[in-house]
Design a protein around this ligand. Sequence first.
Ligand SMILES: [Zn+2]
Length: 253
Amino acid sequence: MVVPLEFLRRRGGDARASKATAPTLPVSQPVPEEAVAEDHQLRLNFGAKTSNGVRLRGGPNVLAALPVMLDSLAITDVEVVEPRETTLSVASPSIIRTQEAGEWLRAHGNASPITRHALYVLELLDAIDPAYDTFACAMLDGDVDPAGYPEYSAIVGGVAAHWDESTGDLIVRAVVGWGGRGARGDTDRTANRLLGRLLGNILESSGSLGLTAVDRPGSVPGGPSVTCQHCGYPNVHPRAVYCPKCGMRMLHA
Ligand SMILES: [Zn+2]
C-alpha cells in the first residue's frame, strides 16, 4: 500500500500529541475465572433406507428401464446419474476438502438441486456408491425451498443399480433419503412406505428375476483388486467375471 508522506507526517504528529495528553488508565477489572460463553450449535439429521437387491436379466437396454421404476412415485422429473468417471477417484461432497469437493463438483455440479441433495445425503450415509452405481433419482415427497433445494422433511431417492460381478445381471435396489437442519416424526414411516412401493415397481419390471442377496461389489478394502480393461474402474474383485461399473466381461490374464 502506498501512503502519502503528508499522511504519515500527520499521524506521527497525532501520536506525539496523544502521548502528551494520555488519560490515566481506568482501574483494572478482576480477571474472571471463566469467560461468559455464548454457545453456537448446529444439529444436522440425515436418514436413508435401502432395500434388498432385485436381479434383472442383463442386456444392452436394461439400464433404460431404471427411470420407469419411479413411475407414480416421482413428483419431479427423474434424473439418471451415471457412475462417476474413474479419473475422479477422490470425489466427495466435503466442502473443506477442496480436491475432493472439486472432483465431486466436476462430476455432479450440473445435476439439479434435488439430485445433488440426494447424492449428498445418500453418499454421506454410504447408501449408494456413485463410483459404480447408476442412480435414477427424483423427489418423492415434500417440498423444495425457494432456491429449489429439498426441505429437511422432503424425501428424495429412486433406484440404484450395479452389475453383478459373477453373472453380469443388473442388481437394482430401492433407495430413499432425507434430512438437514431438522427432523419430523412421520418422515421415517413415509420413507418406509415409499421404499416398499419402489421395490414393488422394481420387482414388476420386465426382466426381473426376483430378490437376491448379493454383497456390495468390489474387492475387500485393502485387499487385492484388479482394474477393468473397459472403463478403468480399479476396485474389481480379482475373481470377478463382470465389471460392477460398466458390466463388461473382465479379461483375466
Ligand atoms: Zn468396467
